[in-house]
Design a protein around this ligand. Structure first.
Ligand code: FES
Length: 125
């Protein structure tokens, strides 16, 4: 799919900015690559949608657990807007949304440039 982009030919429109609620993310396919796009409230970030630990889909971070009342937290990971990080929904590894790095292990996930123009979010692969 190719969409005319006001921010450059390398960028693909992935959503309207208001479709990604603050503190949540979406999963999109950009040129065959599964990308998670998060809205921290201050900014939008794009990162490969698969956790480098055991391949969990990162965009599900922050979703409510099915058995929330029996656990110490009612959500599965989440977005930390202040630190611009996302906690993986499976084992809560925290990934830096800017660099894609997991500080404890030094592992990295690919991140992608994001631009917002005319109320739409664009990602460069
Ligand atoms: S799969 Fe992401 S922390 Fe384990």
């Amino acid at each position: 799919m190719s969409t005319e982009s006001p921010v450059g030919d390398n960028f693909t429109k992935v959503a309207a900015a208001d479709e990604i609620e603050q503190g949540t993310g979406i999963a999109v396919d950009v040129k065959g690559i599964e990308v998670a796009v998060f809205n921290t409230g201050d900014d939008f970030y794009a990162i490969l949608n698969r956790c480098a630990h055991q391949q969990a889909p990162l965009y599900k971070a922050g979703e409510e657990k099915i058995n929330a009342e029996d656990t110490w937290t009612d959500t599965r990971g989440g977005v930390d807007a202040e630190n611009a990080t996302v906690s993986c929904p499976w084992h809560l590894w925290e990934w830096d949304l800017e660099t894609g790095e997991h500080e404890v292990t030094g592992k990295c996930i690919s991140t992608f440039d994001v631009e917002v123009a005319d109320g739409d979010v664009y990602v460069s692969i």
